[in-house]
Design a binder for this molecule. Structure first.
Ligand SMILES: *[C@@H]1O[C@H](CO)[C@@H](O)[C@H](O)[C@H]1NC(C)=O
Ligand SMILES: *[C@@H]1O[C@H](CO)[C@@H](O)[C@H](O)[C@H]1NC(C)=O
Ligand SMILES: *[C@@H]1O[C@H](CO)[C@@H](O)[C@H](O)[C@H]1NC(C)=O
Ligand SMILES: *[C@@H]1O[C@H](CO)[C@@H](O)[C@H](O)[C@H]1NC(C)=O
Ligand SMILES: *[C@@H]1O[C@H](CO)[C@@H](O)[C@H](O)[C@H]1NC(C)=O
Length: 505
């Protein structure tokens, strides 16, 4: 499977990795479908065919075409719209048990509401059928940053209560048409960072913000809109989830949940101030959504610091949001420092970030392009959710290592990253965490938010200058494949041994 010419290079770097003490394999986890291993994607980041077969623009198209992803757009991306058959074959060859993708709302329902686009329906039916026929579970996200531009133009998208009705109608179309085969529905992808980039700092779609918090928006209000958008997102999620549970779940026997982005925060210093800032970090990032979903209201510290700017849950709203999920998805990449910034509370004019009164100190070493490898953060996150939120069923929907797009196919940093995180996941599962699956971000090198095509997370590399956009396996694809297929073989050690073995042959 591996090309021998590459092997010689791999072997030179093996020495430094083989000291790893991991000893786990696929069979240490529950078998599929109780626990699934897969890979992730999202519509705008991979589909391409942006203006084909009736699709209309989303806020992602608008932002990309305004140059915000380093000039890159998803007009072609990985062209999975046309290449889905060969991609599903590649997933099957890799050994994926599940595939997470999102539906482009404006492909299925151009302009966000009204009639269904038959070509859009056909595409997703084809993709789902292809996955099922290869024994791969489809896990479908309904909103992954790509609100139809028409709804943003008409009433401001998520800042308007009108979105609840339109989102629910869209979800209904999906449940009705795909729910006989799709058993795992995620309403929203990481809305907790979507609203920060989109409504506070303004550097992500739909680019709403106000001075001095975001500098270049033509509209928006950073003090209020992140909270308002979140409120409407929670109500939209709850409305769609209630609809699913009422009209579809008995018959279709599927599950519905929501996804959140999660850092693991740890205090910058041992001071009580930084300890408290760390707790605010969890409350502001995770509790913002999980508290309403599990307990029916926002965390106290958020209500205190945001005051009248954070919407109030009526009793009916609270009841509708509370418990409206079968699982929670997390996108986990790394652990970051939290540092107290209580001085920000002295300003009367505040945004969400000032309200949190904490500084999130990014990467431990900003000079390296790759993420620091902090799998213990994943383990602690799962323990935190287990202890504070009643141990709900969880999927790790995204986890992966960032490298430069054109760096080597021998992506040892990604192999080490994935190996470390899956091992930490196993520790958490063994200690009682209710995890049901794990998805690598991403299956293919995709259009990345902010980075455009300059960074990559894929198991498969795509040379954008290649007219065929051929998918080329990285070392991480071989590693993951071996982990998934040779189920009882010890992960990293087994892989290294197999490399040596192949070379001897
Ligand atoms: C802000 O917008 C102006 C006008 O569109 C543009 O020239 C400038 O580069 C933008 N600045 C940033 C930081 O994006
Ligand atoms: C944002 O909304 C708040 C509350 O309505 C208001 O006091 C403030 O002036 C608004 N800011 C901007 C920039 O419009
Ligand atoms: C950050 O990473 C660079 C490149 O690997 C290294 O030279 C530097 O010493 C690191 N700095 C810190 C503070 O760890
Ligand atoms: C990436 O590498 C390929 C060849 O492997 C080359 O054709 C392409 O121009 C490179 N792209 C960038 C952005 O450097
Ligand atoms: C394992 O679970 C127990 C009981 O919930 C908890 O007290 C302990 O801290 C957990 N251990 C780790 C390493 O998370």
């Amino acid at each position: 499977m591996l090309r021998v010419s590459l092997l010689l290079c791999f072997l030179l770097t093996i020495e430094s990795v083989s000291s790893s003490t991991d000893n786990f394999c696929r069979d240490d986890f529950p078998p599929a479908p109780a626990f699934v291993f897969g890979a992730s994607s999202s519509a705008y980041q991979v589909e391409g065919a942006a203006a084909e077969d009736g699709r209309t623009p989303s806020i992602m198209d608008t932002c990309a075409h305004a140059g915000h992803f380093h000039g890159a757009t998803g007009d072609v991306a990985c062209d999975t719209y046309h290449k889905y058959k060969e991609d599903v074959q590649l997933m099957a060859d890799t050994g994926l048990e599940a595939y997470r993708f999102s539906i482009s709302w404006s492909r299925l329902i151009p302009n966000g509401k009204g009639p269904v686009n038959p070509k859009g329906l056909q595409y997703y039916n084809n993709l789902i059928d292809q996955l099922i026929s290869h024994g791969i579970q489809p896990h479908v996200t309904l909103h992954h940053s790509d609100l139809p531009q028409a709804l943003d133009d008409e009433y401001g998208g998520w800042v308007s209560r009108k979105i609840v009705k339109d989102f629910t109608a869209y979800a209904d179309v999906c449940f009705k048409n795909f729910g006989d085969r799709v058993l795992h529905w995620t309403t929203m992808n990481e809305p907790n960072v979507f609203v920060l980039g989109g409504y506070d700092t303004g550097f992500l779609p739909p680019q709403r913000c106000s001075i001095p918090f975001g500098l270049n928006c033509s509209r928006g209000n950073s003090s209020t809109e992140p909270y308002l958008a979140t409120h409407n997102i929670l109500l939209s999620h709850a409305s769609a989830a209630r609809l699913y549970k009422k009209n579809y779940q008995d018959k279709q026997r599927g599950f519905i949940g929501i996804n959140l982005f999660a850092f693991w925060f740890f205090p910058r210093t041992k001071t009580i101030e930084d300890e408290l800032a760390t707790q605010r970090g969890f409350d502001f990032y995770i509790g913002w959504y999980l508290n309403p979903l599990v307990f029916g209201d926002y965390p106290d510290v958020m209500k205190k610091n945001a005051g009248s700017r954070i919407p109030f849950f009526t009793r009916l709203e609270s009841q509708s949001v509370k418990g409206s999920f079968d699982f929670i998805g997390f996108n986990y990449y790394l652990a970051v420092y939290a540092e107290d910034n209580s001085i920000s509370l002295k300003n009367t004019n505040r945004d969400y970030i000032a309200d949190s009164a904490m500084k999130r100190i990014g990467l431990q070493n900003d000079t390296t392009f790759e993420f620091p490898i902090t799998p213990w953060g994943l383990q602690r996150l799962l323990e935190y959710v287990k202890q504070n939120y009643g141990n709900p069923p969880i999927y790790i929907h995204e986890n992966g290592q960032r490298t430069r797009r054109n760096s080597s196919l021998e992506d040892w940093p990604r192999v080490k990253y994935l190996d470390g995180h899956i091992q930490a996941l196993l520790e958490a599962v063994r200690n009682g965490s209710n995890v049901r699956g794990y998805f690598v971000w991403s299956f293919l090198d995709s259009l990345e938010l902010l980075d455009g095509y300059e960074s990559s997370y894929g198991l498969y590399y795509i040379d954008l200058d290649d007219p065929d956009l051929r998918r080329q396996p990285k070392l991480s694809a071989h590693w993951y494949s071996q982990f998934l297929k040779r189920k009882n073989v010890i992960s990293l050690d087994g892989f290294i041994k197999s490399l040596s073995h192949d070379r001897v042959q």
